[in-house]
Every structure is written in C-alpha cells, then in structure tokens.
Design a binder for this molecule. Structure first.
Ligand code: DC
Length: 222
C-alpha cells in the first residue's frame, strides 16, 4: 500500500507521516530531505543557485541514500556522508525551494523516489507532489494544510526548543516565501490532488492528525 502526504511547509506532514508509518509498520520517506540534501551539496560546492545545468549535473553526480533510522525517521547519506543534521540548517531553508524548482533536479529525485517505493513495499511518502505526480496511483492521498501563522508558530517552537533563536516574523516571511515558490513553480507545483483527503491541522495536535489519518485508512480498507 502507498500513502501520499502532501502540504506546505510547517503543516505537520513530517511528524504525522512518520508516526502513521510507524503505527502501520510501513516505510517512511521524507522527499523534502532529498531536495535539502542537494541544496547542502550545492552550498558546499559553491554552485551558483541560478545555474540550472550545474544543479542538474550536481544531482546526477551525487549518490543519495535515504535509510530508516531506529525511530522510523530518515537518515540522509550523501556520497556516504551522514548529512541528516546539516539539511536542517536555516541557510538550507532559504535556498531549497530554488533548487526544488529546477525540472532536471526534480526528474532525478522523482526517479529515485519511485524506485524507493517499488523496492520498499508498503510506504508513507511525504512531500509536495507525491499524490499529484510521484505516486499518482497511491491508495490514499492526504493534503495537510494550516494557516501560515500556525505553521510559523510551530516552526518557531521547534527551533526554540532546539536552542535556536530565530525571530518569529523572520520565520513567517520565510514560510510565506516558500509557499509562493512551491505553489507558483511550473514543474509539479504544490497543489491538492483531486482524490486527496484534505485536513486543516490548525486546531489539532499531532496525535489527533495521526488518529484522523489512521481512521480513514482503516475504515476504507476494512
Ligand atoms: O518538506 P521540506 O520543507 O523539507 O521541503 C523542502 C523543500 O523541498 C520545499 O520548499 C519544497 C521542496 N519539495 C518539493 O518541491 N517536492 C517534494 N516532493 C518535497 C519537497
């Protein structure tokens, strides 16, 4: 079974997708982490972010592996190096939507995502275009949304807990900017698949969102 979970930054996709996968005993794949990995590599190699050919070339030459860790999260290995923490740096947030808008980069990573699904059996895959492009034949599609303020607040709390001191307004601007870039790009922009269940997570806790998803999956399959 394939479960696709899409939505904008900060809607709670990663936590919900990972927990749903853990409860069902499915593999979890965070596709945003893959775009982030290429962004880390581009920053380290000083690739010009406007140079699409260089970004595609870099993606083709990168050996990207996404493994499951012992908590059903993802370990990101790039050319054998563990960059799981590096992909979450604030500078990566700033550039990742630019890298993810390049069609040649998307083509390479979408191939890898489909291959991973084929080799994994049951999977929960999370991103922006999973239900609309990567796994159009997924048995279940969910689109998680939340107001931009609620999403920025969640990110702010997360970062504050990790000891990072980022002004709330800065996060709000950054998330709004990423929404724009992810929704307006030409190649598979963020949008709601016609057959997706839409959940506005603004008033709900993570546990409530997970329960909603699991109840839809179990009601429809039993
Ligand atoms: O979910 P995230 O914040 O880690 O995603 C990082 C960026 O990658 C996001 O700005 C959009 C892009 N992305 C994408 O274009 N397609 C996906 N399937 C997943 C992420």
């Amino acid at each position: 079974m394939k479960i696709a979970i899409d939505g904008p930054a900060g809607a709670g996709k990663s936590s919900a997708a990972r927990e749903v996968a853990r409860r069902l005993g499915f593999r979890y794949l965070d596709t945003g982490a893959m775009y982030r990995a290429i962004t880390v590599q581009a920053l380290e190699k000083n690739v010009d972010m406007q140079d699409e050919d260089a970004l595609v070339d870099l993606t083709r030459r990168s050996e990207l592996e996404v493994k499951s860790d012992d908590q059903n999260g993802n370990l990101i290995l790039l050319n054998g190096r563990d960059i799981t923490r590096a992909i979450r740096q604030p500078i990566v947030n700033k550039y990742v939507s630019i890298v993810a808008a390049v069609p040649g980069v998307r083509k390479e990573l979408v191939n890898l995502q489909r291959k991973t699904s084929l080799n994994s059996g049951n999977i929960v895959m999370e991103g922006r275009d999973i239900g609309t492009n990567v796994l159009v034949d997924a048995e279940f599609k969910f689109y998680l949304s939340a107001t931009v303020e609620a999403r920025a607040k969640r990110r702010w709390l997360e970062m504050t807990e990790q000891g990072m001191n980022v002004p709330f307004d800065e996060l709000l601007d950054e998330i709004s900017m990423r929404d724009q870039l992810d929704q307006k790009r030409e190649d598979s922009p963020l949008c709601i698949a016609p057959d997706a269940y839409v959940i506005d997570t603004t008033p709900y806790s993570l546990a409530e969102v997970v329960t909603k998803i699991l109840s839809i999956v179990s009601h429809t399959t039993h």
